[in-house]
Ligand binder design. Sequence first.
Ligand SMILES: [Zn+2]
Length: 391
Amino acid sequence: MPDSLPVLSPAELSRYSRHILLDEIGVEGQRRLAAARVLVIGAGGLGSPAALYLAAAGIGTLGIADLDEVEEHNLQRQLLHDSASIGESKVTSAARRLRASNPHLRVIEHREGITAENAAQIFDGYDVIVDGTDNFAARYLNNDAAFFARKPLVFGSVYKFEGQVAVFHSVAGGPCYRCLFPEPPASGSIPGCSEVGVLGALCGVVGSLQSLETIKLITAIGEPLIGRLLTYDALAQRFQTFAFTRNASCPLCGTTPSIYTLNAATFSAGETPAKFHDATKFGAIPLEISVAEAKRRLDAGATRTVLVDVREPWETAICRVTPSELIPMRQIPERMEMLPKDRHLLILCHHGARSLNVTHFLRARGFPAVSNVSGGITAWAEQIEPSMTRY
Ligand SMILES: [Zn+2]
């Protein structure tokens, strides 16, 4: 209902003139942006570029949720903050920067972050949710809360040099995060950016893409990433998109769901990941091995070495190494007893992130010889099997 949209002042029409000049946006699109309420969860590497672009774009109300404080090692990628805000609440620091960037913007501060207890009430006050969090527990919580609140969720994630973006929008018939990854990885097997490193500029790309998808949703232009997972390989400078559909067996949005509420216990981050980085007792078994070394060990000792591929079925359908055991990461806790403890287990995934989680998880549960295949099947395809289909 355009008539119910806010009227833009001369100052706003001037400020946003480069948007308004775009036929697809125009004055009406800009008024839609002014009416919109967007919640950015996480004032970090992704939330910084996402919130800055949304604020500059003329979003009317921007909520920012985070419970952490600014730390110096955040500043390499978290552009909302500066050296003077070290030690301050990230939300306070972010709100100051966002208000300074656009006087027409209303900023709502959620310093308590998003929890299973407050998510429903907070999400209710927004039109679009942007997930800029960096851990699995938060992603599942945000996904489920957005589903129950019937709000579109703009998902983004980064790992080392790789990014992913998707829009989960059940009201529009789209799939959710659990359609891709039905269950969180086991508690305690969840390292975030704090343990693995991430290129700051990559966060800029992914967070900017999230703001772009948000603007598209609000102005109803273009083709949103609903039912498509966009992946970005910063080293190769390659974007790819993969279509995925609603999963009938999804525990959240499938035909016979098992999740009906936001249960706090489901989203416990569990033990601290750092605990699982102590690999000293494994002696000569390296935590990570190269694909070349994995190939050598597999060829030399087929009976002593087992390759375990922890990717999802839709991924192993694209490409796989033969022979290998296929056990999606989410099934590792219930199926790990099948894995032999007298073999050297080589854990493989797409780029080496999920498999590193699984490697730590299995080591912490008494498997004496487990190594992560560094670089995953992408590195394998590049170095061992060039004919393999990549994604
Ligand atoms: Zn789903």
